[in-house]
Design a protein around this ligand. Structure first.
Ligand code: SF4
Length: 373
């Protein structure tokens, strides 16, 4: 039965019998194979699910688990998170990457507590909070609040595209709409949270991107891609365009046993984290001039010694970044004074608790010749 059509594949909703078969098989499989994850032991708690789902955005489950446990211990509820300082929140996020997620969580917690509210239970209310998109809202609403809400992430998109043989590029908006329509129509009348979690587990352990384990899949008898004999060809995604390369000069400035640290402004990449003085350069703004400008900007007088230490490259989602690193040693009594909350001299021991990105921790190791390849 066709309910909508576009220039690409039409959205054909599965007939009721097929939906029933899918639900029944998915639930039966989940009963035996459900993963034991720390946030699942608190599945009725909005706050616990919210933290887990935000951490799981762009990060693997195994990586998230220790961070989640530590974060929940330090900030056991929305009030504790709202009361924390920016630095404390970032410190407890350190190493997980995509720091904007922590900044948004903190903003949302402060907003909720100021309004005397707690984590809301509907998709619409959740979407109004910073850092929550349709997938996260659907996951929290269904798992913590038992709402009839779909949640389509990369894993679930892969299962659906194979199950229903969606051959269009799944990154296109019309394909995304189609996947969401299919996900909604598969939802059972009750236990939607379990159903969504079962699909998440199936995508993570059985319907794998490169080697789908169709022989172990509860959907094998209903799956069109398996029937066609080539599930690995799906989902189709347009080739990603090459990302721009961005180059920086970084001055790891050392005086006695302390480093000069600057805090990034709010918004943008690594918002609110601490780093070594650095400046972008390009074909027009050449590297030697950039290092000189950096030295002048931070008043690093008395002819500092700058030693080239090599280049660290980091691939982020939308860019490839290169950091040409210099260790700049200045004599005692020189250099700028610590200034408010944005410029500080920090001892080697103090760096351990300062919120910094993983890239700048590597840069420190590079400057001190302790980097491990
Ligand atoms: Fe994925 Fe194979 Fe299951 Fe189809 S049968 S959903 S391709 S694991």
């Amino acid at each position: 039965m066709t309910v909508s059509a576009d220039r690409h594949q039409a959205t054909v909703l599965p007939p009721p019998r097929l939906r029933q078969s899918i639900r029944k098989n998915v639930f039966r499989w989940f009963g035996h194979h459900k993963r034991d994850l720390p946030w699942r032991r608190r599945s009725g708690e909005g706050y616990a699910q919210w933290i887990a789902e935000v951490m799981l955005q762009q990060t693997q489950v195994e990586t998230v688990i220790p961070y989640y446990e530590r974060f929940m211990k330090r900030f056991p509820n929305v009030e504790a998170l709202a009361a924390a300082s920016d630095d404390e929140v970032l410190q407890n996020w350190q190493g997980l990457g995509y720091y904007r997620r922590a900044v948004n969580l903190h903003r949302a917690a402060k907003r909720l507590v100021a309004a005397g509210a707690t984590v809301p239970g509907t998709v619409e209310e959740l979407l109004a909070l910073p850092g929550i998109g349709p997938y996260t809202a659907g996951a929290i609403a269904s798992i913590a609040f038992n709402r009839r809400a779909a949640a389509v992430d990369g894993n679930i998109a892969r299962i659906l595209s194979r199950l229903f043989s969606i051959t269009d590029d799944i990154t296109r908006p019309e394909s995304r709409r189609r996947l969401w329509t299919l996900a909604r129509c598969l939802l059972p009348a009750t236990r939607c949270g379990d159903f969504n979690q079962a699909l998440m587990d199936l995508g993570a352990t059985v319907c794998l991107p490169r080697k789908p384990r169709c022989h172990a899949c509860p959907l094998q008898h209903d799956c069109e891609a398996r029937r066609a004999g080539d599930p690995m060809s799906l989902p189709r995604k347009a080739k990603r365009r090459p990302v721009p390369e961005i180059r920086h000069v970084v001055a790891v400035v050392k005086r006695d046993n302390a480093y000069l640290m600057v805090k990034r402004p709010p918004g943008g990449l690594w918002s609110g984290l601490w780093e070594f003085p650095n400046e972008q350069y390009s074909a027009k703004r050449k590297k030697p001039g950039t290092l000189r400008r950096l030295i002048n900007r931070f008043a690093l007088d008395a002819s500092p010694q700058a030693q080239a230490k090599g280049t660290l490259s980091r691939r982020l989602t939308h860019r490839l970044m290169h950091f040409d690193t210099y260790l700049v040693s200045i004599p005692p009594g020189h250099g700028p004074a610590s200034k408010g909350r944005h410029l500080r001299w920090v001892t080697e021991a103090g760096l351990g608790t300062l919120p910094m990105s993983a890239a700048f921790r590597k840069i420190l190791a590079l400057a001190n010749n302790t980097v491990q390849q």
